[in-house]
Ligand binder design. Structure first.
Ligand code: IPM
Ligand code: MG
Length: 354
């Protein structure tokens, strides 16, 4: 098992340290190699996804990533921003299938801003297309153009999807639904955008391959509303890159804290990049306060999807459950009556539970 470790920026190194300790405690034979991605890579090499990192990432079976970005890099030219590193690795490795589960641990029902009865028992999976759409579409830019007889700045991006790009992600979603409650909701904006009319058409065509899964469709604005109105109506959601970015943050918040949610980004052969859904949280970086559980749970996803080590994945997930049941919380999920821990102490608690 060759794993490329990319701690990244902000809280990245702190949460990654705990995830690596958990991984090592499992006594699996794995080879870890660390590299730079994001702002730290820009500082060291001038590029957010340097050559050396590309080599390691390509050679590895899986990549484990902390988080990238921070205000000190926000004014760099776009090509040097930390986020470009993340988009670059997703694109270069062909990681088109982003799986973002939103599970509410019963112990955290009160941490959600929604009423406990709305979110109790929530278990949904967002399948987000990750290498296409307006994120990567050309042409794009900001330039001077003639508008109504005068020159002014003009910003533009391009949304596009090919039929095959849609079909392969929809298949991933159908296959995931098949292993769950066999309900798939495809999210689009076909009442306005042609690209997403094609999305709906291809989803409908693909449904014939999965007669045992019930396919429905929803417009993205309604989906955003339904996610807070009655999220438990969903099992698996599948959508494009931009809508998936937005809806997955919304779904994360249903569970109380984005600090709890792992993610997997897979290529066609289950090689994957695994990262927490949250960002680099520059405001708390370096203080040992960040919640490492999303990164630890990302290790579980890595063991499950890339290495087919279901037992090891379940061991990590039940250790996390146990820690929550024992009343241990980081600041983001703290409530009176529980015990507040820092990043390292939370890692210790998971190790003890393991
Ligand atoms: C995510 C993030 C990224 C995205 C950013 C950091 C480029 O928000 O993984 O959801 O938009 O995909
Ligand atoms: Mg996002």
């Amino acid at each position: 098992m060759k794993i490329c470790i990319l701690p990244g920026d902000g809280i990245g190194p702190e949460i990654m340290a705990e995830a690596v300790r958990v991984l090592q405690a499992l006594d699996l034979r794995c080879e870890l190699e660390e590299a730079l991605l994001g702002g730290c890579a820009v500082d060291a090499t001038g590029e957010p996804y340097p050559e050396a990192t590309q080599r390691l990432a390509k050679a590895a079976d899986a990549v484990l990533l902390g988080a990238v970005g921070g205000p000190q890099w926000d004014n760099l030219p776009r090509a040097q921003r930390p986020e470009r590193g993340l988009l670059g690795i997703r694109q270069q490795l062909g990681l088109f299938a982003n799986l973002r589960p939103a599970i509410l641990y019963s112990e955290l029902a009160n941490a959600s801003t929604l009423k406990p009865e709305v979110v109790a028992g929530l278990d949904i999976l967002i399948v987000r297309e990750l290498t296409g759409d307006i994120y990567f579409g050309q042409p794009r830019g900001i330039e001077m153009r003639a508008v109504d007889g005068h020159q002014e700045r003009f910003g533009f991006n391009t949304m596009h999807y090919s039929e095959s790009e849609i079909r392969r992600i929809v298949r991933v979603a159908f296959a995931a639904a098949r292993k769950r409650n066999r309900k798939l909701c495809s999210v689009d904006k076909m009442n306005v955008l042609e690209t997403t009319q094609l999305w709906r058409d291809v989803a409908n065509e693909t449904a014939a391959e999965y007669p045992d899964v019930e396919l429905s469709h929803m417009l993205v604005d309604n989906a955003a509303m339904q996610l807070v109105r009655n999220p438990k109506q969903f099992d698996v959601l599948v959508t494009g890159n931009l809508f998936g970015d937005i809806l997955s943050d919304e779904a994360a918040m249903l569970t109380g804290s984005i600090g709890m949610l792992p993610s997997a980004s897979l290529d066609a052969d289950n090689k994957g990049l695994y990262e927490p859904c949250h960002g680099s949280a520059p405001d708390i970086a370096g203080h040992g306060l960040a919640n490492p559980l999303a990164t630890i749970l990302s290790v579980a996803m890595m063991l499950r999807y890339t290495f087919a080590q279901e037992d090891a994945a379940l061991r990590i997930e039940s250790a996390v459950r146990k820690v929550l049941a024992l009343g241990y919380r980081t600041a983001d999920i703290y409530e009176p009556g529980t015990q507040k821990l820092g990043t390292r102490a939370m890692g210790d608690a998971v190790l003890a539970a393991l």
